[in-house]
Design a protein. Structure first.
Length: 190
């Protein structure tokens, strides 16, 4: 009987160790989240039509993953100078747009609305006019060095009245942003 008890104890101990080893491996496998670029979709992307100067990109970025992700920059052949912008009240209460330091963080299973009068992608120093019906290709770059490609149609738009508050573009407000806008001489938007 002692042999039978010893064998059962050894077998139970081995089974317990295998089960514990399996449990220990599970968190390690889950500690490698999916790349940010694989966890993103974009709904209704678009860019404002303009002949020259600056424009902006909009849409809704969705994070379908289990981890927060951060968009750190954007690149595009349409512009040599792109920035992530937010619109906030300055010291005097006027709404101004400025570069979003640290990028845009999108919560797990959440979304970020890029919209006129709010957060947006700023396209400065355009390579050529952005005409309605054409498209702009952009690449969102994430903090984990992955990216997500967007093709955004160019649309006519007249709307928001923010001023730009930023380093080299200080004082460049909505009138400068509309420079060359053939869609509407009275449009004051980015």
């Amino acid at each position: 009987m002692k042999t039978s008890f010893a064998l059962r104890t050894t077998a139970l101990s081995a089974a317990a160790l295998i089960a514990l080893a399996g449990c220990a491996a599970t968190p390690a496998a889950n500690s490698n989240p999916a790349p940010a670029g694989a966890s993103v979709t974009m709904k209704d992307p678009w860019v404002k039509a303009i002949d020259e100067g600056m424009s902006a990109g909009f849409g809704t970025i969705e994070n379908t993953g289990d981890q927060d992700i951060t968009v750190t920059s954007v690149t595009s052949p349409a512009s040599s100078d792109l920035e992530l912008h937010e619109t906030v009240a300055n010291e005097s209460g006027a709404m101004v747009m400025r570069e979003k330091t640290g990028g845009f963080t999108i919560p797990a299973h959440g979304e970020l609305h890029l919209e006129p009068g709010g957060s947006h992608i700023m396209l400065m120093d355009l390579a050529e006019p952005l005409k309605p019906g054409s498209v702009v290709n952009m690449s969102l770059e994430f903090s984990d060095d992955t990216s997500f490609e967007i093709t955004a149609p160019v649309k006519d738009f007249a709307g928001a009245n923010e001023d730009y508050e930023g380093s080299e573009h200080e004082g460049m407000g909505h009138d400068e942003l509309d420079k060359g806008d053939s869609a509407s001489e009275s449009a004051h938007d980015h």
